[in-house]
Every structure is written in structure tokens, then in C-alpha cells.
Design a protein around this ligand. Structure first.
Ligand code: ADP
Length: 166
């Protein structure tokens, strides 16, 4: 069985992430979307909220071979614990490339069995990131075209409550 892990912060999940999930779900027998803690980024949504959003979006799309879990520690170790040899990552622009390249090499160094498969963004979502959604949402802008439809209201409400710290 070909199993892959798609790790990320998903703070919150966007249509860009969902596009990668759809495409990876077609390539592998099973895909685990792994919600992690990125020590270089301060999260707005709790791990529980991020997992819940992803689960709802995946259920709404009827993706039966995709599960969602939170993980702690190194993704290379976590992938090994699931017997997964592939990490899936999305690439938007050259600006993603350098850090993704470094991470892929580091992960392979930690776990020789693990490879990273990069899926190039759908051009429609090239500009889209969780931080863009957070920023627009903070100021009460319309985020409905950036996130799964079933989550738009909840994410918008939550971001409006989360006042910038200034
Ligand atoms: P991280 O904090 O690990 O970078 P993100 O949630 O920001 O987590 O992103 C997870 C993965 O999804 C990364 O590989 C990122 O490049 C990819 N990704 C994010 N947004 C998009 C998008 N619009 N199109 C394609 N890939 C994307």
C-alpha cells in the first residue's frame, strides 16, 4: 500500500491546500494530512481547530482515503511511524523553493526511507496562503473565495474575534 503524509501548519486550511490534498489522494492509496507545529510561525488557530477544519473539508469533499492527525516532533519520524515513505508538499513560487529544498534534504538525512514529492500549485491558487486569509479575515474582508465553503463562516467569525495585538 502506498501511503503518503502531507504535513503543514494549515493555519487555516485554504483552497490551495485542498487542491494539493485532492491531487495527492489520487496518487496514493492513503494520505495522512499531518497538522504540525512550525516553531518559526506563531499559529492563530489551535491544533484542534486546524484538525477539525481539515476533517470537515475532507468529509464535505467525500475523500475516503484521507485522514487528518496532529503530530509533534520531527515529520520524518512521524512518517516512519505510519510506514509512509513519501512526504507531499506544494510549491507555489520560487520563494517556496529554497526552504522546501532544504527541508526535503534534511528529512532524507533524518530518515533515508523518506522522499518528498512536490506538487506544483494550481495556477488559480498560486497567490493563496493561510497568512493572506488571516490578514483579510482580521479586517473583516470576504474570505469565502479562499477557503472551503463549509468553513468560510466559522473561519471568518473566528478571525474577526482574534484582534491584532497592537
Ligand atoms: P508550513 O507552515 O509547513 O509551510 P503551510 O500550511 O503554510 O505549512 O503549507 C503546507 C504546504 O502546502 C506547503 O508545502 C506549502 O507550500 C503548500 N501550500 C500552501 N498554500 C498552497 C497553495 N496555494 N498552492 C499549493 N501549495 C500550497
Amino acid at each position: 500500500m502506498k501511503t503518503a503524509v502531507y504535513p503543514g501548519s494549515f493555519d487555516p486550511v485554504t483552497l490551495g491546500h485542498m487542491d494539493i490534498i485532492h491531487r495527492a489522494a489520487l496518487m496514493f492509496d492513503h494520505l495522512t494530512v499531518a497538522v504540525g507545529i512550525n516553531i518559526n510561525k506563531r499559529a492563530t488557530f489551535s491544533p484542534e481547530e486546524r484538525v477539525d477544519f481539515l476533517k470537515r473539508a475532507i468529509a464535505a469533499e467525500g475523500l475516503h482515503n484521507v485522514t487528518v492527525e496532529a503530530y509533534h516532533g520531527l515529520i520524518a519520524d512521524y512518517a516512519a511511524s505510519l510506514n509512509a515513505n513519501t512526504l507531499v508538499r506544494g510549491l507555489r513560487a520560487m520563494s517556496d523553493f529554497e526552504s522546501e529544498f532544504q527541508m526535503a534534504l534534511a528529512n532524507r538525512r533524518i530518515n533515508q526511507q523518506v522522499d518528498t514529492a512536490f506538487l506544483v500549485t494550481n495556477v488559480e491558487y498560486m497567490y493563496l496562503s493561510s497568512s493572506l486569509v488571516r490578514e483579510i479575515g482580521h479586517y473583516g474582508g470576504d474570505i469565502s473565495e479562499f477557503v472551503p465553503q463549509c468553513l468560510a463562516e466559522d473561519i471568518a467569525k473566528r478571525l474577526k474575534q482574534n484582534k491584532p495585538n497592537i
